[in-house]
Design a protein around this ligand. Sequence first.
Ligand SMILES: Nc1ncnc2c1ncn2[C@@H]1O[C@H](COP(=O)(O)OP(=O)(O)O)[C@@H](O)[C@H]1O
Ligand SMILES: [Mg+2]
Length: 433
Amino acid sequence: MIVEHLSLVDFRNYATADLALHRGPNVLVGRNGQGKTNLAEAVVFLATLGSHRVSSDAPMVRDGQEYAIIRARLAHGERRVLVEVQLNKQGSNKARINGSPSKANELPRYAHVVLFAPEDLQIVRGDPSARRRFVDQLLIQRTPRMSSVLADYDRVLKQRNALLKSARARGIKGEGLSTLDVWDDKLVALGSEIIAARQRLAADLQRPVADAYASIAGEDHSPQLDWALSVRGADPEDGVDAPAETSGDIAEMFHAALREKRSNELERGLTLTGPHRDDLILRVRSLPVKGYASHGESWSIALALRLASAELLRSESPAGDPVLILDDVFAELDADRRQRLAALTAGYEQVVVTAAVEEDIPAVLHAHVVRITAGTISDERDPSTGSGTQVGAGSEVQGGSGSETPGAVDSEPDGATVSEVQGTVEQEEATHD
Ligand SMILES: Nc1ncnc2c1ncn2[C@@H]1O[C@H](COP(=O)(O)OP(=O)(O)O)[C@@H](O)[C@H]1O
Ligand SMILES: [Mg+2]
């Protein structure tokens, strides 16, 4: 699939924005802090119903506003789908698909996106939560239904923790809290489903990660992915290693672990077992990446995880390729990894590359340059690529939305920045070389 058009209202630093995107590579260039990642984040939101930068939606609403709107026209082969979401600071988000109200968690069925970002190094080096977030976002892309399972689990977990805390405050100990059993059942049912889906995902990623690692690093270090499960007695959040692999029914182990830890949980007022305490252990050359891998190896595994995600979605999805967004990653990489990453991604239906320094972008991806300056977008439209349809189609996105706002009509800077807007890619390259 590709994103043909993106429009935003009151999203991050954009009062309104309209961005036409092409099949194949697209480049967004702008100095730091101008709004490149914000555009990437908006597209990612449609695919994962979350941000890669923040865990709540409020920071994405433009300062001083009550809600933000993200709209996109997606092309799945010949089919066009208009997707729209309104992020409300108060209350739940509202979504529309082809103009009709829809559940927000339907959106990931249409939008598939894999984002590469400098923060990806945290998947390798950061806390277990960074790896869980990576996996869960991919899980939602792969099986959109999982977004509600994950959300329900979070809700049950919060309620269970609140109950534990109030029991602690009232001095209840051990088996004295029978209402907990009801919550345990819910926690186990939802949690076991998450654990099973994550295990399947890790197993299915194993091969593509190994292939991608070899391609990006140019060496075979046999990367491995394994879950350290708290239901099996591991406690990655408290730095306790997984014991030797035990097998058994996940739900049964989950219940047993909860029984065993109940008094400890009551003391701490915290749920100590479940997928929220698990960790995806990454190894290269049989050593855990965290704490052992070099900077280059860490980057190789981070990129391999993203490339493998893209391969998996590509091979499974009827919607075709996911959109690849390479947000500011080339500046982080050495020349070899840059070239290899460019070669490995250039064949995708659509690639969006952002950079502060245009020269960092490898030639195969250097096309359709758009300039981003402080929340305004200067689109360099090449007349030969059919800009006429872009404009008409852009208004169609807004028309189809039935939106509450009087239109995120692009106020394209048509006077002051004419040379930028009209400059062709070739001219731009010439100026910068
Ligand atoms: N909710 C918000 N309202 C207004 N501005 C915001 C909001 N969130 C972020 N910004 C602004 O967006 C800018 C960062 O944009 P970003 O896309 O991260 O830049 P970059 O081009 O470096 O990727 C900063 O200037 C920041 O102040
Ligand atoms: Mg950025």
